[in-house]
Design a protein around this ligand. Structure first.
Ligand code: IPD
Ligand code: CA
Ligand code: CA
Ligand code: CA
Length: 273
């Protein structure tokens, strides 16, 4: 790497831009949301606000960090020369956004190394819900925060009393499989939540609002900031059977329920073998 890295400075950039993009997204929501296009399926939409938010974030980062790479959901990835990449979801929870359900967020992280969750080191991340004005943030080794309040995962130790978050992909085939896993899991846990934003699921885990969270089919921008925030709050985060978290699976939980949930999910075939 050629540029000196100051995680506190990177975190300040992430939170400042997330707040600015969040305000824009919130304003656009009040003006009325328009779908710009469908993506992988008719249910998988992008709004003009998703694109506008990503454009704003990209432009701000280009001014402040011209040598870093960029990987966002809504535009072409670009490499940099610094060894750092900003991984951005301009609106995580677009379907909630469309329906005005107040569970969507701007997610901005900066990672070192290949912009791939299997190998990157996340340095700083911010997840901002502009409706609730909640700013979740973390830097590597510096802890996780909601505003200025430190976050800690729940100490729950029995799966049967755990509130578990999950999510569903956009393809019918994936959803059928995911529904089968939920069907098997529901009788083994306190209850299941489908919040509709992977970034907020991970922040909820960090804040003890969920005891655990798992999902398959996630993209790097869904998890870059949230996974750092959850792990800095004490969550164990992995993929399938010890592999790195990524598209195949992300499983996150407080240490007290992690093993029991992992066993249950493997048994239910969360990742078909
Ligand atoms: C989606 C949300 C959702 C998850 C989907 C993601 P988007 O992101 O995080 O909770 O279940 O897999 O694609 O499209 O709203 O940014
Ligand atoms: Ca999307
Ligand atoms: Ca997303
Ligand atoms: Ca998105």
């Amino acid at each position: 790497m050629t540029t000196a890295v100051n995680p506190a400075e990177l975190l300040a950039i992430a939170t400042t831009i997330a707040r600015e993009a969040g305000a824009l997204v919130r304003r656009r929501r009040d003006e009325g949301v328009e779908v710009a296009a469908s993506k992988s399926s008719p249910e998988d939409v992008v709004t003009f606000a998703d694109r506008e938010s990503e454009d704003l974030i990209r432009a701000r980062l280009a001014q402040l960090r011209p040598h870093d790479g960029f990987l966002g959901e809504e535009s072409e990835a670009t490499g940099g020369t610094s060894g750092l990449t900003w991984v951005v979801d301009p609106i995580d929870g677009t379907v909630n956004y469309l329906y005005d359900i107040p569970a969507y967020a701007v997610s901005i992280a900066v990672v070192e190394g290949e912009p791939d969750p299997a190998s990157w080191t996340a340095l700083a991340g911010a997840v901002y819900n502009p409706v609730l004005d909640e700013m979740f943030s973390a830097s590597r080794g510096g802890g996780a925060f909601l505003g200025d309040r430190p976050l800690r995962v729940s100490e729950r130790s029995e799966l049967s009393l755990a509130l578990v978050g999950t999510g569903f992909g956009y393809s019918a085939e994936k959803r059928t499989r995911q529904a089968e896993v939920v069907e098997g899991l529901i009788s083994q846990v306190r209850d299941i939540r489908r919040i509709g934003s992977a970034a907020l699921d991970l922040c909820s885990l960090a804040a003890g609002r969920l005891d655990a969270y798992y999902e398959s089919g996630l993209n790097p921008w869904d998890i870059a900031a949230g996974a750092l925030i959850a792990s800095e709050a004490g969550a164990r985060i992995t993929g399938f059977q010890g592999r790195p978290a990524g598209k195949e699976l992300l499983l996150g939980a407080g240490p007290g329920v992690f093993d029991e949930l992992e066993r249950a999910l493997v048994e239910l075939g969360v990742v078909p073998r």
